[in-house]
Design a protein around this ligand. Structure first.
Ligand SMILES: Nc1ncnc2c1ncn2[C@@H]1O[C@H](COP(=O)(O)OP(=O)(O)OP(=O)(O)O)[C@@H](O)[C@H]1O
Length: 259
Protein backbone atom coordinates (compact mmCIF):
# COMPACT_ATOMS: atom_id res chain seq x y z
CA UNK A 1 0.00 0.00 0.00
CA UNK A 2 1.37 3.42 -0.84
CA UNK A 3 2.16 5.88 1.92
CA UNK A 4 -0.50 8.50 1.25
CA UNK A 5 1.00 11.16 3.47
CA UNK A 6 4.41 10.62 1.84
CA UNK A 7 2.83 11.04 -1.59
CA UNK A 8 1.02 14.15 -0.48
CA UNK A 9 4.22 15.51 1.01
CA UNK A 10 6.00 15.06 -2.29
CA UNK A 11 3.28 16.75 -4.29
CA UNK A 12 3.02 19.70 -1.91
CA UNK A 13 6.77 20.31 -2.00
CA UNK A 14 6.24 22.04 -5.31
CA UNK A 15 4.07 24.67 -3.65
CA UNK A 16 6.47 24.98 -0.71
CA UNK A 17 3.47 25.09 1.63
CA UNK A 18 3.49 22.64 4.49
CA UNK A 19 0.55 23.92 6.53
CA UNK A 20 -2.18 26.18 5.17
CA UNK A 21 -4.81 27.49 7.58
CA UNK A 22 -7.76 29.53 6.36
CA UNK A 23 -10.37 31.32 8.50
CA UNK A 24 -9.93 29.00 11.46
CA UNK A 25 -12.33 29.55 14.36
CA UNK A 26 -12.49 27.71 17.66
CA UNK A 27 -14.39 28.46 20.83
CA UNK A 28 -15.25 26.78 24.10
CA UNK A 29 -18.77 27.61 25.32
CA UNK A 30 -18.85 31.41 25.53
CA UNK A 31 -15.12 31.84 24.98
CA UNK A 32 -14.15 32.50 21.34
CA UNK A 33 -10.44 31.60 21.27
CA UNK A 34 -9.57 31.65 17.53
CA UNK A 35 -11.47 33.92 15.14
CA UNK A 36 -11.05 33.58 11.38
CA UNK A 37 -7.33 32.97 11.72
CA UNK A 38 -5.32 32.37 8.56
CA UNK A 39 -1.73 31.24 8.56
CA UNK A 40 0.85 29.42 6.41
CA UNK A 41 3.89 27.38 7.34
CA UNK A 42 6.47 27.07 4.58
CA UNK A 43 8.84 24.22 3.94
CA UNK A 44 11.95 24.30 6.13
CA UNK A 45 11.08 27.40 8.15
CA UNK A 46 10.94 28.00 11.89
CA UNK A 47 7.78 29.97 12.59
CA UNK A 48 7.59 31.41 16.11
CA UNK A 49 4.15 32.11 17.58
CA UNK A 50 4.01 34.74 20.31
CA UNK A 51 1.00 35.91 22.28
CA UNK A 52 -0.18 36.56 25.81
CA UNK A 53 -1.21 33.72 28.03
CA UNK A 54 -4.61 32.47 26.92
CA UNK A 55 -4.35 33.94 23.41
CA UNK A 56 -4.90 30.52 21.84
CA UNK A 57 -1.39 29.43 20.87
CA UNK A 58 -1.74 25.89 22.18
CA UNK A 59 -5.29 25.59 20.87
CA UNK A 60 -3.95 26.52 17.43
CA UNK A 61 -1.37 23.72 17.30
CA UNK A 62 -3.81 21.24 18.84
CA UNK A 63 -6.28 22.07 16.03
CA UNK A 64 -3.54 21.44 13.45
CA UNK A 65 -3.20 17.83 14.57
CA UNK A 66 -6.89 17.56 15.47
CA UNK A 67 -6.29 16.91 19.14
CA UNK A 68 -9.00 19.57 19.26
CA UNK A 69 -11.69 19.81 16.57
CA UNK A 70 -12.00 23.27 15.09
CA UNK A 71 -15.43 24.89 14.63
CA UNK A 72 -14.95 26.52 11.23
CA UNK A 73 -12.29 27.07 8.58
CA UNK A 74 -9.81 24.74 6.90
CA UNK A 75 -6.47 23.36 7.99
CA UNK A 76 -4.45 21.70 5.27
CA UNK A 77 -1.30 19.79 6.13
CA UNK A 78 0.66 18.64 3.09
CA UNK A 79 -2.39 19.63 1.05
CA UNK A 80 -4.84 17.45 3.02
CA UNK A 81 -7.72 18.93 4.97
CA UNK A 82 -7.16 17.45 8.44
CA UNK A 83 -10.79 17.83 9.42
CA UNK A 84 -11.83 15.53 6.59
CA UNK A 85 -9.31 12.76 7.21
CA UNK A 86 -10.50 9.33 8.31
CA UNK A 87 -8.85 8.11 11.50
CA UNK A 88 -6.35 5.88 9.67
CA UNK A 89 -5.21 8.73 7.42
CA UNK A 90 -5.08 11.06 10.40
CA UNK A 91 -2.80 8.76 12.36
CA UNK A 92 -0.56 8.39 9.32
CA UNK A 93 -0.36 12.18 9.06
CA UNK A 94 0.36 12.50 12.77
CA UNK A 95 3.35 10.20 12.32
CA UNK A 96 4.88 12.93 10.18
CA UNK A 97 4.37 15.51 12.93
CA UNK A 98 6.45 15.66 16.09
CA UNK A 99 5.11 17.42 19.17
CA UNK A 100 7.22 18.66 21.98
CA UNK A 101 4.77 19.62 24.67
CA UNK A 102 5.54 21.77 27.68
CA UNK A 103 5.43 18.78 30.00
CA UNK A 104 7.66 16.65 27.76
CA UNK A 105 6.59 13.20 26.72
CA UNK A 106 8.72 10.73 28.63
CA UNK A 107 7.36 7.66 30.37
CA UNK A 108 8.66 7.88 33.94
CA UNK A 109 8.79 4.12 34.45
CA UNK A 110 10.99 3.49 31.40
CA UNK A 111 14.69 4.11 30.87
CA UNK A 112 15.69 6.66 28.26
CA UNK A 113 16.53 3.82 25.89
CA UNK A 114 13.10 2.23 26.37
CA UNK A 115 11.46 5.63 25.92
CA UNK A 116 13.17 6.01 22.55
CA UNK A 117 12.60 2.41 21.52
CA UNK A 118 8.86 2.68 22.10
CA UNK A 119 7.94 4.99 19.18
CA UNK A 120 10.43 3.21 16.90
CA UNK A 121 8.80 -0.18 17.50
CA UNK A 122 5.36 1.35 16.93
CA UNK A 123 6.12 3.45 13.85
CA UNK A 124 9.33 2.19 12.23
CA UNK A 125 8.21 -1.42 12.24
CA UNK A 126 10.71 -2.62 9.65
CA UNK A 127 13.84 -1.75 11.61
CA UNK A 128 15.86 -4.60 13.09
CA UNK A 129 16.94 -4.45 16.74
CA UNK A 130 20.45 -3.48 15.62
CA UNK A 131 19.10 -0.67 13.44
CA UNK A 132 16.93 0.53 16.32
CA UNK A 133 19.91 0.60 18.68
CA UNK A 134 21.97 2.52 16.13
CA UNK A 135 19.16 5.03 15.59
CA UNK A 136 18.78 5.53 19.36
CA UNK A 137 22.50 6.16 19.71
CA UNK A 138 22.55 8.57 16.78
CA UNK A 139 19.62 10.61 18.05
CA UNK A 140 20.93 10.74 21.62
CA UNK A 141 24.24 11.94 20.28
CA UNK A 142 22.46 14.65 18.29
CA UNK A 143 20.82 16.00 21.43
CA UNK A 144 24.01 15.66 23.50
CA UNK A 145 22.80 12.87 25.78
CA UNK A 146 24.97 9.87 24.94
CA UNK A 147 25.51 8.80 28.55
CA UNK A 148 21.87 8.59 29.57
CA UNK A 149 20.85 5.41 27.78
CA UNK A 150 20.11 3.40 30.92
CA UNK A 151 19.01 6.28 33.13
CA UNK A 152 15.45 6.89 34.29
CA UNK A 153 13.87 10.27 33.41
CA UNK A 154 13.80 11.16 37.13
CA UNK A 155 17.61 10.99 37.18
CA UNK A 156 17.89 13.75 34.55
CA UNK A 157 17.80 17.52 34.98
CA UNK A 158 14.92 19.54 33.47
CA UNK A 159 17.05 20.52 30.47
CA UNK A 160 18.19 16.95 29.92
CA UNK A 161 14.59 15.72 30.10
CA UNK A 162 13.66 18.27 27.43
CA UNK A 163 16.50 17.01 25.25
CA UNK A 164 15.43 13.41 25.80
CA UNK A 165 11.82 14.33 24.91
CA UNK A 166 13.10 16.00 21.77
CA UNK A 167 15.14 12.88 20.93
CA UNK A 168 12.01 10.79 21.41
CA UNK A 169 10.12 13.06 19.03
CA UNK A 170 12.71 13.28 16.25
CA UNK A 171 13.61 9.59 16.29
CA UNK A 172 10.72 8.77 13.95
CA UNK A 173 11.81 11.42 11.40
CA UNK A 174 8.95 13.92 11.59
CA UNK A 175 8.62 16.41 8.74
CA UNK A 176 6.90 19.01 10.91
CA UNK A 177 7.80 19.88 14.52
CA UNK A 178 5.39 21.59 16.88
CA UNK A 179 7.10 22.98 19.98
CA UNK A 180 4.90 24.21 22.81
CA UNK A 181 6.98 26.39 25.16
CA UNK A 182 10.20 24.41 24.66
CA UNK A 183 12.25 26.53 27.07
CA UNK A 184 9.72 27.23 29.83
CA UNK A 185 11.07 26.51 33.30
CA UNK A 186 14.67 26.26 32.17
CA UNK A 187 17.53 28.57 33.16
CA UNK A 188 18.88 30.94 30.45
CA UNK A 189 21.89 28.79 29.59
CA UNK A 190 19.87 25.59 29.27
CA UNK A 191 17.20 27.48 27.29
CA UNK A 192 19.83 28.72 24.91
CA UNK A 193 21.01 25.12 24.43
CA UNK A 194 17.46 24.05 23.56
CA UNK A 195 17.14 26.90 21.04
CA UNK A 196 20.38 25.76 19.41
CA UNK A 197 19.02 22.24 19.32
CA UNK A 198 15.81 23.42 17.61
CA UNK A 199 17.97 24.99 14.89
CA UNK A 200 20.11 21.84 14.65
CA UNK A 201 16.99 19.72 14.19
CA UNK A 202 15.74 22.08 11.48
CA UNK A 203 19.03 21.80 9.57
CA UNK A 204 19.78 18.14 10.11
CA UNK A 205 16.28 16.77 9.54
CA UNK A 206 14.97 19.58 7.28
CA UNK A 207 11.88 19.98 9.43
CA UNK A 208 9.36 22.80 9.22
CA UNK A 209 8.50 24.00 12.71
CA UNK A 210 6.01 26.00 14.71
CA UNK A 211 7.53 27.17 17.98
CA UNK A 212 5.21 28.58 20.62
CA UNK A 213 7.16 30.57 23.15
CA UNK A 214 7.13 33.40 25.67
CA UNK A 215 10.90 33.43 25.59
CA UNK A 216 12.16 36.32 23.46
CA UNK A 217 15.68 34.87 23.45
CA UNK A 218 14.30 31.64 22.03
CA UNK A 219 12.38 33.63 19.38
CA UNK A 220 15.50 35.61 18.56
CA UNK A 221 17.59 32.47 18.23
CA UNK A 222 15.19 30.31 16.23
CA UNK A 223 12.69 32.40 14.25
CA UNK A 224 12.77 32.75 10.51
CA UNK A 225 9.41 34.45 10.88
CA UNK A 226 7.27 35.50 13.83
CA UNK A 227 3.54 35.98 14.29
CA UNK A 228 1.78 37.38 17.30
CA UNK A 229 -1.72 36.25 18.19
CA UNK A 230 -4.21 38.66 19.70
CA UNK A 231 -8.00 38.54 19.93
CA UNK A 232 -8.02 35.17 18.21
CA UNK A 233 -6.21 36.26 15.07
CA UNK A 234 -2.75 37.12 13.75
CA UNK A 235 -2.04 40.61 15.08
CA UNK A 236 1.39 41.08 13.51
CA UNK A 237 3.75 39.13 11.31
CA UNK A 238 7.40 39.90 10.69
CA UNK A 239 10.98 39.12 11.65
CA UNK A 240 12.51 39.72 15.06
CA UNK A 241 13.86 43.17 14.11
CA UNK A 242 10.44 44.28 12.92
CA UNK A 243 8.92 43.17 16.21
CA UNK A 244 11.61 44.71 18.38
CA UNK A 245 11.53 48.01 16.50
CA UNK A 246 7.75 48.15 16.23
CA UNK A 247 6.12 51.32 17.52
CA UNK A 248 2.84 49.46 18.11
CA UNK A 249 1.93 49.67 21.80
CA UNK A 250 0.79 46.06 22.14
CA UNK A 251 3.99 44.76 20.60
CA UNK A 252 6.14 47.13 22.64
CA UNK A 253 4.49 46.20 25.91
CA UNK A 254 4.83 42.49 25.11
CA UNK A 255 8.56 42.88 24.52
CA UNK A 256 9.03 45.25 27.46
CA UNK A 257 7.45 42.79 29.89
CA UNK A 258 10.09 40.23 29.04
CA UNK A 259 13.44 40.19 30.77
N1 LIG B 1 -10.13 21.94 26.18
C1 LIG B 1 -10.48 23.17 26.56
N2 LIG B 1 -11.69 23.41 27.10
C2 LIG B 1 -12.07 24.66 27.46
N3 LIG B 1 -11.27 25.75 27.34
C3 LIG B 1 -10.05 25.57 26.82
C4 LIG B 1 -9.59 24.28 26.41
N4 LIG B 1 -8.33 24.42 25.92
C5 LIG B 1 -8.01 25.73 26.03
N5 LIG B 1 -9.05 26.42 26.56
C6 LIG B 1 -9.07 27.86 26.80
O1 LIG B 1 -8.70 28.50 25.59
C7 LIG B 1 -7.91 29.67 25.88
C8 LIG B 1 -6.62 29.60 25.10
O2 LIG B 1 -5.83 28.55 25.65
P1 LIG B 1 -4.38 28.20 25.13
O3 LIG B 1 -3.90 27.06 25.96
O4 LIG B 1 -4.39 28.02 23.67
O5 LIG B 1 -3.58 29.52 25.48
P2 LIG B 1 -2.05 29.86 25.24
O6 LIG B 1 -1.99 31.06 24.36
O7 LIG B 1 -1.33 28.64 24.76
O8 LIG B 1 -1.63 30.25 26.71
P3 LIG B 1 -0.27 29.97 27.56
O9 LIG B 1 0.74 30.89 26.98
O10 LIG B 1 -0.68 30.34 28.94
O11 LIG B 1 0.08 28.51 27.41
C9 LIG B 1 -7.73 29.70 27.38
O12 LIG B 1 -8.64 30.61 27.94
C10 LIG B 1 -8.04 28.28 27.82
O13 LIG B 1 -8.56 28.25 29.12
Amino acid sequence: MSNKVGDIAKSSETSNLVIEINNLSKGFDDLQVLKNLSLNLFNGENLVVLGKSGSGKSVLIKCIVRLINSDRGTIKVFGKNVNELKSKELSKLRQKIGFLFQSGALYDSMTIKQNLEFPLIRIKKKLTKKERDEKIEEVLENVGLTDTLHKMPSELSGGMRKRASLARTIIVDPMIMLYDEPTTGLDPETSSGISTLINDVQKKYNTSSIIITHDIECARATADRIIMLKDGDVYMEGNIDEFENSSDETIQSFFKEKP
